[in-house]
Design a protein. Structure first.
Length: 386
């Protein structure tokens, strides 16, 4: 079996892919240009002046300056978001209405503001207290915040955008099979933490995932996955997602994120210090954000190469944890990739440079081919699940 698309879908997949690539690179350039314009035009200085005119209290100033900066930036960036949603609708990846989409955008903005204002206040409080080592102390302060967000996200943030219900309400037989797979993986996720997400209210794409940790850990299966994949294929998809947890991909990614943040803050302290006379001035914030945007764009292929490696390891784990549970786990996995590729309009032969720079997962063609070729059992040498 080789991943392929019928001629009509193939043409649409190529059009969708190329439009998405142009949007991605254009959006990055737009984001950098917007921040540069806010700085060069003196707009950030005006926002600072307004904030300082309102109050001498730094938190009140943060309540004025940060929303002005964030909303200005995001409204100017809104055309890129709108065009992205237009593509999703045009190529049948989304069915979300525009009012619903705009409400989700608004909710995301409100969440960003709730998080950004205290973070900015904390950042500048640390800068004022320690002008030379603020990057280290602020980094230390963000570590528990990152952990708290990861813990709260599945319980607080995700339900603001999608409806969740216990998976056992409609799919008790699937829950029993998932429990067996979870036990084989050495994890502990009781049925009370298994949920169905109503993705079909907005999306056509498929997914299943494990999120949270400790008391918030939960298994989530999208209803689109349940509708468009067979039960064995759903089990493989979930086996792949379990691999991320069992192989400590979540923990390792958080550690790397923390180290990258430390390096970025250290570099930012030197760069911003040379560009802005007083780093404790509010106008240094868009300069720091501009640096983050540039570094993020440049480092994208490194981050995505690491992500593809993790996804490949999770594919291996999914194949191994379902081996012996499913009649032919290799063909089940290959067919699930085929279905996901058809629905997601993944082009069969993406440009190698694009794949290297942008892809967070191996291409569908590579995943289908690998699923059918991976066979460590005759030699008795599976990598993860013995």
């Amino acid at each position: 079996m080789q991943y392929s698309l019928p001629p009509d879908k193939l043409q649409r997949a190529i059009e969708y892919a190329h439009a998405s690539y142009r949007l991605h690179f254009g959006s990055e350039l737009l984001g950098i240009a917007i921040l540069a314009a806010i700085i060069a035009s003196g707009l950030s200085a005006k926002f600072r002046d307004w904030a300082e005119a309102v109050s001498t209290h730094r938190f009140i100033q943060a309540l004025v300056f940060v929303p002005l900066l964030l909303i200005t930036n995001d409204v100017l960036y809104l055309p890129a978001n709108i065009y992205g949603q237009h593509l999703e609708l045009k190529f049948d990846q989304s069915i979300q209405t525009w009012p619903s989409w705009l409400w989700d955008w608004t909710k995301a903005e409100l969440i960003a503001l709730v998080c950004a204002v205290p973070l900015a206040f904390l950042l500048y409080a640390v800068i004022r207290r320690s002008p030379r080592r603020w990057w280290l102390y602020f980094w230390l302060a963000t570590l528990p915040i990152i952990v708290a967000v990861m813990y709260l996200e599945p319980m607080v943030i995700e339900p603001m955008f999608y409806h969740f219900q216990p998976l056992s309400d409609q799919h008790p037989a699937l829950v029993n099979q998932l429990e067996g797979l979870v036990a084989r993986a050495g994890l502990s996720i009781p049925p009370s933490r298994m949920f169905e997400m109503k993705a079909s209210e907005k999306l056509n794409s498929l997914n299943a995932y494990v999120s949270g940790f400790g008391g918030s850990k939960r298994l989530v299966v999208w209803d689109t996955t349940l509708q468009k994949l067979t039960t064995p294929e759903t089990l493989f998809v979930f086996g792949h997602e379990m691999g991320h947890y069992v192989l400590n991909h979540i923990r390792n990614s958080l550690l790397l994120l923390a180290l990258a943040l430390l390096a970025l803050l250290w570099a930012g302290s030197h760069v911003v210090g040379r560009l802005v006379p007083d780093v404790s001035d509010w106008t240094s914030l868009p300069v720091l954000l501009l640096m983050v945007a540039i570094v993020s764009a440049i480092s994208e292929p490194v981050v995505n190469t690491y992500s593809r490696w993790q996804e490949h390891q999770a594919d291996i784990y999914g194949l191994e944890v379902t081996h012996g549970v499913l009649p032919d786990s290799a063909m089940v996995a290959a067919h699930s990739f085929q279905v996901m590729g058809e629905i997601g309009l993944d082009e069969p032969n993406p440009n190698r440079f694009i794949e290297f720079w942008l892809f967070t997962h191996p291409s569908i063609s590579r995943r289908v081919a690998f699923a059918q070729s991976y066979n460590p059992w005759p030699s008795g040498n599976p990598k993860y699940v013995k």
